[in-house]
Structures are given as C-alpha cells and as structure tokens.
Design a protein around this ligand. Structure first.
Ligand code: XMP
Length: 512
C-alpha cells in the first residue's frame, strides 16, 4: 500500500469497484477492504481518507455489514456513499428510515453552498439507487443537497470532516460525480496525486527484484493476450536475464498469432522466449471430439503437460508469474467471504505445487484499463494492449463439432478478414470482442452460373465491460454488407454469412 491513499470499505454494492476506479483515475491510490474488517486492517494501509461505499443491505438488517467503530471517531476525512451515508447517520445520532418507495434513476440535485458542493452548480443530474434514506442528520451536520423527492440527499459536518451523499458520484449518470470526488480527495482530504503507471512500474520492478532475490528464474505462460503480455514486458524490464516466457502454440490460435508473439517478444524485446509447437499433439487428441466441455478438458490437460515439460527443461526456476488482476483479487476477499477465488484459467493446473514454485502476480493491484496503460508505458504497441479477449481453448470452441485442420484454416482466414475490416474502419475499439464461428452445416448458394453447397459462418461482435453480461454490437448494415461480401469473395468454401444478435444472458459470448 502506498501511504496517503484511500481505504474504500465495501459493503457488497455493485458499485464499490467503480468507486475504486474513479479514485485511481483521479491519480490517487486506493484499496477496497471488506466493510466488516478490523480497524487494524485499515490502519495497515495508512490511508489519508476513508470512503464508505453502498450496499444492498439496510442499516437495520440483522446481518448487515458493520464497519469497525473507529471509523466514526477517526480524525481521517470520511465520505459515506448511499449506505455509507446511512451508516454515518445511524451511528452518530441521526435517523435512517425505510418504507419509502425505492428511488432508482436520475434526479435533479439542489445543492447549498458547502464544502462538498463548492465547485458544483445546483440543478444537475445525480443518480439514485436506494430504498432507505436519512430522515434526520446527526447534530453538528448540515443538509447540503436535496431533490424533489428526497429532502436529505447530502449532509456534511466540516469540522469533523464527515460527508455523506445519498446518490452515487461514481456512476457516469451523476454528471458532476468526478468533480465531487475530486473535491473530497484534494480540497477536503488534502491528498496528493500518488498513482500513475510510471510510478507503479518503478515500484513493481523493485518488488520483483526483491522477491526473486539473487538467484533463481521466473517463468510465465505467455498467451499473446493483454495480461500475460504486460506481465512479460514488466518481468523483462525487471529481471531480463532471469525471465523465460513459454508460449504454447496449440494450433488453434488466430491467423499469424504465433509469428506476432515471436516477433514482438523474441525479436523486438529480445526475450528468451520458448515456443512449444503443440499443433500436432492438440489436433490429434481433439480429432473426432465434438462435445465443447470435452474439448476444453483435453486442451487444458495437454496445455499443462506441454507447459510443464518446457518448464522442466529450464534450470533453477523458482517462480511462476501469472496475470491475475485486481477484480479477481477483490472477488476473493469480498466481505461475503472468499467466493470463486482466483479464476481457474489463470492457474496452470497445480503446477506451482508440483514444481514447488512461488507465485508472482505483479498485476494483482491493477484494473484492466490500468494494465493497458502500463503496457503502453513498457513499450507494447497500442494494437497489442487493446486486443480483444481470446479464449484459452481458442478456435476449438469456435469450430462447432469436430475439429479438422481444413476447418481451422478456413476459420482463420475468415476471422482475419473480419478483424482486419473492423480495424480498417476504426470499429475495433468500439467493440469488446469480435470473432467468427464456423457452423457445421452447408447451405445452397449460387456463384456465377454455378450452384454451390458451402459452409456458413456466423459473425459475432459484442459490447461489454467485463464479459459477464454483453449486448450485440449494433453494426451498421453497410458495414455488414461490406464485410460479408469481402469474406465470400476472399475465402473459398463459404457462401453464407449470418450476424449473431443474441445478448448475454440468455446467450453466452462464445457459441460453445
Ligand atoms: P462466455 O462465452 O462464457 O464468455 O460468455 C465470456 C468470456 O470468456 C471467454 N471464454 C473463455 N476464456 N477459457 C478462457 O480462457 C474458456 O474456456 C473460455 N470460454 C469463454 C470468452 O471468449 C469471453 O471473453
């Protein structure tokens, strides 16, 4: 933890992570802690301010999360958001009541001259999402904002440095939200900007050097995706002669991907890259298999076998690096108790235990957009750091039914035309993930005077923030027509293109 940041107490709101992102965007380090942690956990972070976040609970609930009492008497400035404001009121002599209709959505906020709103004009839109509300402020507090429906929308006690807002400054619909957070962090709490990726990389490099000590090597499963690429760039900067990235080519990658990885990491950065040519092994083991879960299992198992073989050939390995990110860490330390812990695809199947390796997770404090920024800072190309996610099993789950080399080649060609089109027309960055799916059917078509009986390809493009939910990308019909005609004209064997208009849920992003 960097001194003078913000401790954000999480009480289970869907928006807690968003507060953390906003604070960091303003250049201030922060960490999320379970709302029911001990005061000593907060002290360990040596924060300069505390934010109490929202919650689906009511302060009156029997099992509602309660912060340590010191939060209400500390000299540190405290901002309570939604449930956080209600906690401040409920625990210091004010009153919170339920039973009103739930207020959800935009509301115009009337503000009074105050510390919190000194830079914010009255009458702007704020975003509400609450059932309970504060009906009496504690003594010493003043009411500093209201809406037509809500007499107490914000309160403050400037001499105690206590502030509460019933709306959510962290969501973009609160148009002055960033301004309000800025006011709290810099003008009220007097924090100094202490967080950017230049600073982070210096700290992380120092940490990696110390962690490795004066002997031993670190290995990494490099996939070509954003997270492992950034870990590679960081480790190469920190311990260039003691870092060995291992790239397993499973024969199911995007067109040209292996060459790109070898060029970037092997040639450009000059890393000691080991490429494992696994195409035959993977494709032979997958022959005739059509069940998607069986495909995933085979790919997972063969990956581990080949990765371990390569790792065993390197002398003196002491550490295995992984691209675990902060959202995965938060998920495993939520106040509800450890949930799914770290996502399984980050773990190279029990390898650390079998090979007696220590884990190194240098990105575990970062959000995805920070990882991208760090990647740029470390010299990765913009194309590399803004790449769409790609699943571990690769094209195996995009070729429906059994996999053959011919189908793999066909899909690689189609996908390249699709993705190149999106890049060329500057659509790629508007889309969270785009890809092509090869369907196991043929349909009748006509080309020139000939009747054809060729394959069907589905194009999928989705918008999303984290892949948990997604919507289909509203692609302009002119672009659809152009890309469809390019594919059919450039790739033999495909005569029909369909565009997937399913959202997630009820669909998933991948087809298998
Ligand atoms: P779904 O299809 O579950 O996909 O909506 C959500 C995100 O996860 C990716 N995905 C995978 N990634 N191994 C991975 O590493 C997998 O088996 C896998 N299945 C789906 C998918 O590409 C999307 O980004």
């Amino acid at each position: 933890m960097i001194k003078g940041g913000v401790a954000i107490l999480d009480f289970g709101s869907q928006y807690s992570q968003l507060i953390a992102r906003r604070v960091r965007e303003l250049g201030v380090y922060c960490e999320l802690l379970p709302g029911n942690c001990q005061w000593s956990d907060i002290e360990k972070l040596t924060p300069g301010a505390i934010i109490l976040a929202g919650s689906p609970y009511s302060v009156y609930g029997a099992d509602s999360p309660i912060p340590p009492v010191e939060v209400f008497s500390t000299e540190l400035p405290v901002l309570g958001v939604c449930y956080g404001m209600q906690l401040l009121a409920h625990n210091t002599g004010g009153k919170v009541e339920g039973g009103f209709h739930r207020e959800y959505g935009p509301a115009l906020l009337n503000t009074k001259k105050s510390q919190l709103f000194s830079e914010i004009e009255s009458g702007q839109q704020a975003w509400m999402s609450h059932g309970d509300r504060v009906t009496r402020v504690p003594s010493g507090y003043t009411i500093v904002a209201s809406t037509d429906l809500l007499p107490i929308a914000a309160m403050e006690n400037h001499s105690l440095k206590r502030y509460g807002v019933q709306f959510h400054p962290e969501v973009n619909h609160t148009v002055f939200g960033a301004k309000l957070l800025k006011q709290f962090l810099f003008d009220i709490a007097k924090l100094k900007p202490n967080w950017d990726m230049k600073y982070f990389s210096t700290q992380a490099i120092q940490f990696i050097k110390e962690e490795l000590g004066d002997k031993g090597k670190v290995i990494l499963g490099l996939s070509g995706g954003v997270d492992s690429s950034v870990v590679a760039a960081l480790l190469h900067r920190a311990v260039p002669n003691r870092f060995v990235p291992i790239f397993v080519d499973n024969g199911l990658l995007r067109a040209g991907e292996r060459q790109e990885v070898e060029k970037t990491f092997g040639e450009h950065f000059g890393m000691d890259l080991i490429t494992v040519d696994g195409e035959d092994r993977f494709l032979n083991e997958l022959a005739g298999v059509s069940d998607p879960e069986k495909k995933r299992k085979i790919i997972g198992r063969v990956f581990i076998e080949l990765f371990e073989e390569a790792a065993n050939s390197i002398p003196d390995v002491t550490h295995l690096a992984q691209g675990t990110l902060y959202p995965d860490v938060i998920e495993s330390v939520s106040f509800k108790g450890p949930s799914a812990t770290i996502k399984s695809h980050h773990n190279v199947g029990g390898l650390p235990e079998r090979m007696n390796l220590k884990l190194l997770e240098p990105l575990r404090e970062l959000f995805k957009d920070e990882v991208r920024e760090l990647g740029r800072e470390l010299g990765l190309s913009n194309l590399m750091v803004s790449r769409h996610p790609f699943p571990g099993p690769g094209l195996a789950v995009r070729i429906l039914g059994p996999i053959t080399r011919e189908d793999r080649d066909l899909l690689q060609k189609v996908d390249k035309v699709f993705i190149d089109y999106l890049l060329e027309k500057n659509l790629y960055d508007e889309i969270w993930q785009a890809f092509s799916v090869l369907l196991p059917i043929r349909t009748v078509g006509v080309m020139g005077d000939e009747r054809t009986y060729d394959r069907v390809v589905a194009l999928r493009a989705v918008t999303s923030t984290d892949g948990m939910t997604a919507d289909w990308y509203r692609m302009d019909p002119e672009h659809m027509a152009a890309v469809s005609s390019r594919i059919v004209n450039r790739v033999n064997g495909v005569s029909r293109i369909v565009y997937d208009i399913s959202s997630k849920p009820p669909g998933t992003i991948e087809w298998e």
